[in-house]
Design a binder for this molecule. Sequence first.
Ligand SMILES: C[S@@+](CC[C@H](N)C(=O)[O-])C[C@H]1O[C@@H](n2cnc3c(N)ncnc32)[C@H](O)[C@@H]1O
Length: 198
Amino acid sequence: MHGKDDFKMNRGVRKWVDKDGEKFLRRIGVSRGQKVLDFGCGPGHYTIPAAKLVGDRGKVYAFDKDSDALRELEETAKQFGLNNISLIKGDTKIPLGNNSIDIVLCYDVVHYSGKRALVYNEVRRLLRDGGIFSLYPKHYKDDFPLMELASLGLEDIIKEVEVSGFTLKDKIHGECLHDDYYNECVVLNFEPVDKRQK
Ligand SMILES: C[S@@+](CC[C@H](N)C(=O)[O-])C[C@H]1O[C@@H](n2cnc3c(N)ncnc32)[C@H](O)[C@@H]1O
């Protein structure tokens, strides 16, 4: 297991992956035994706490188009002794089966995409009926606007996700990690509209 000097991460990130991340993800709905997809996982600041929470019987699929980020995550997972993370490199399309995932985390990702409906459709395909699509939209109009979300408000984002076949279940307010620092955030939990009726 890891010693105190094994990690490259700063103190805030370390505190998050050691403790606060799990608390936060428990509130989101991540629990033991689940299959979680971390869509746009980056270096894994949410993947690691999710993997600790789901335990040996669960699995976290860490998906990203950036090989360097995946390599960093692989190293961190080793340091934490976690064997339940599967790394997948790709862009938007994910080689996993329909209805195979309990929770998709998509945190600080969709501002990169002008084709967000493709992302939402892929998430919907992968989620089981009753699963959760947990979206942390960063960089929208009221939260350090940038790139593709810069002109959208939170309600606009909720609408565009709902149009893709989801319904908003919960808005979770809290303190979460952005890059390598804590900030106030709003996470949106959606459920797919009953897939059996579509
Ligand atoms: C700002 S980072 C967020 C990382 C992590 N989710 C977090 O909150 O710490 C965004 C990540 O999403 C990835 N990404 C963005 N769009 C993607 C797409 N369409 N398919 C796969 N990865 C994507 C980027 O490569 C980047 O690593």
